[in-house]
Ligand binder design. Structure first.
Ligand SMILES: Cc1cc2nc3c(=O)[nH]c(=O)nc-3n(C[C@H](O)[C@H](O)[C@H](O)COP(=O)(O)OP(=O)(O)OC[C@H]3O[C@@H](n4cnc5c(N)ncnc54)[C@H](O)[C@@H]3O)c2cc1C
Length: 463
């Protein structure tokens, strides 16, 4: 394959694309990251390729740690620019369907605006001489190897040119997000389409920035009021850079949140606890509310294709996206990029080209736990589109109801729940014998703790 072996192409400069580029730059002499957007250089700014960026984006520590390994210094850089480190639910108050979780140290979460994260990731990756960004350039298809058994590059309309050009590479990684055309591009080369699993609970978001009020008495940093099948509306307040709050309302079915000023506050007032409304009602809004729909879980199973070309990989939302209410997408993207980096350690570019099928399976495996959690919870809503829940899922729902209720009164169970949410422990941790025993022991105590307390528990004295 000549010198193209030493060049990799990544389609998309989002979280998955930038981190995958860093992973590939460990083994390829050059990596080109192609994005159809003009990529803001001087300061963080909205770009149309990330329509989700005006909405809340919380980054679990597990994801931050994987990203940090690919971009050393990232956490410090984010902190310098005003990102916040939170401990959930100690200072990120969390109202589950069963009540407030106790304020223990469960999982660490980082919050800043998505545009800041986008800008910092790219700026840091840009310092790597092996990585080149090609902005305002749209990939329109894949190019096959002469023997037709693999991908040897992409067709791309480069900024300023009307004609598509061919860029060759030893590996092409598609990280072009939820609107990826990879299935069509593969079909053009004669490959089968991946099977698609999809579950859609119809969640909608509405988010706006507020000035963070100065309040020495406030003993929390963030609040999450979860939805429940009985009350499918919730809300989140998190701190972001610039002394601002990002306030997101979310709901599904008939409860999709509004964007108009007065209706935004009314919706906040209708949540299961008044805490979020009380926090924002006198705060000054800094932006209009912006809506986002289209939050389905969707897994395109490229890892299970019977026949697939060598030299091609799909990652990030292009492979598997999640209902964002569980805050998993960026963490899974970072875990996948890190898994790719680990797997290609010591491999030549030619071998990476040959083994892209194995890489695809490793990358896809990173989605499995998050997928089970997100789709399992969404299947509680009777209107969720997708394969209806079977007996096993219904039994899991019942067990998880007890787990969450026990987590409300038992700090150890609460910690395990957040380790699972934060992806530092697998869901199986909630089924380990000791965990089941704790849940069973708290069964009665948990039942006795209803009804919901309107206020969250006070901050622990160690705070
Ligand atoms: C409302 C909402 C809230 C969310 N909240 C969270 C959260 O709290 N925590 C969390 O971890 N995740 C969250 N997510 C998920 C998160 O946004 C994504 O999982 C994450 O950004 C990874 O996306 P990606 O890099 O795969 O794709 P994207 O971020 O979509 O990036 C794709 C890139 O590809 C480019 N592109 C597309 N097509 C082409 C083409 N043909 N040629 C060239 N370039 C192309 C686009 O311009 C874009 O830059 C949320 C998502 C939504 C929708």
């Amino acid at each position: 394959m000549g010198d193209v072996d030493d060049h990799a192409i990544v389609i998309g400069a989002g979280v998955a694309g930038v981190l995958t580029a860093r992973a590939l730059a460990r083994r390829f002499a050059r990596v080109t990251v192609i994005d159809r957007d003009a990529l803001p250089e001087r300061e963080p700014a909205f770009r149309p390729g990330l329509p989700q960026s005006p909405q809340i984006h919380a980054f679990w520590k597990q994801g931050v740690d994987c990203a940090e390994q690919l971009l050393p210094g990232l956490t410090r850089e984010l902190a310098v620019h005003g990102a916040h480190q939170l401990v959930v639910p100690r200072d990120f108050l969390w109202l589950s369907p069963a009540g407030w979780f106790p304020r223990v140290s469960g999982a660490a979460d980082l919050t800043c605006s998505r545009v800041l994260l986008d800008w910092i990731l790219r700026r840091m990756a840009n310092l790597d001489e092996r990585i080149e960004f090609l902005p305002e350039s749209e990939v329109t298809g894949l190019v096959a190897t002469p023997r037709g058994d693999g991908v040897r590059g992409v067709r791309v309309r480069i900024a300023g040119s009307t004609e598509a050009q061919i860029l060759t590479a030893g590996l092409v990684a598609d990280a072009s997000g939820r609107r990826s055309n990879a299935a069509r591009w593969l079909a053009e080369l004669g490959y089968p389409a991946p099977s698609v699993e999809r579950y859609d609970a119809g969640f909608g978001y509405s988010s706006r920035y507020y000035e963070m009020p100065d309040s020495p008495a406030r003993d929390w940093k963030a609040i999450y009021i979860q939805t429940s099948p009985g009350t499918p509306r919730g809300g989140v307040v998190v701190p972001v850079e610039g002394d601002r709050w990002m306030v997101t309302l979310l709901g599904c079915g008939d409860h999709v949140p509004p964007t108009k000023d007065d209706q935004f506050l009314d919706y906040a007032r209708s949540l299961r606890s008044p805490v979020l409304y009380e926090a924002i009602r006198r705060a000054a809004p800094l932006s209009d509310a912006q809506a986002f729909r289209n939050t389905a879980n969707e897994w395109r199973h490229y890892e299970s294709l019977d026949r697939r070309p060598r030299g091609f990989l799909v990652l990030g939302d292009a492979l598997c996206r999640f209902n964002p209410v569980y805050g998993q997408g960026m963490t899974v993207a970072a875990m996948s990029a890190k898994a790719v980096a680990d797997m290609i350690e010591g491999m030549s570019p030619a071998r990476i080209h040959r083994e892209s099928g194995r890489l695809q399976r490793v990358a896809a495996a990173q989605s499995a736990n998050a997928w089970g959690l997100a789709t399992g919870e969404d299947l509680r809503f009777p209107w969720t589109e997708g394969r209806p829940p079977g007996t096993m899922v219904k039994l899991l729902h019942r067990y998880m109801d007890h787990v969450v209720a026990a987590g409300g009164v038992d700090p150890a169970t609460c910690r395990t729940i957040f380790q699972v949410f934060g992806m530092t422990a697998p869901p199986a941790a909630l089924f380990a014998p000791a965990a089941v025993a704790r849940v069973a022991a708290r069964w009665n105590a948990a039942a006795a703790s209803s009804p919901l307390a309107a206020s969250p528990p006070p901050a622990p004295s160690i705070a």
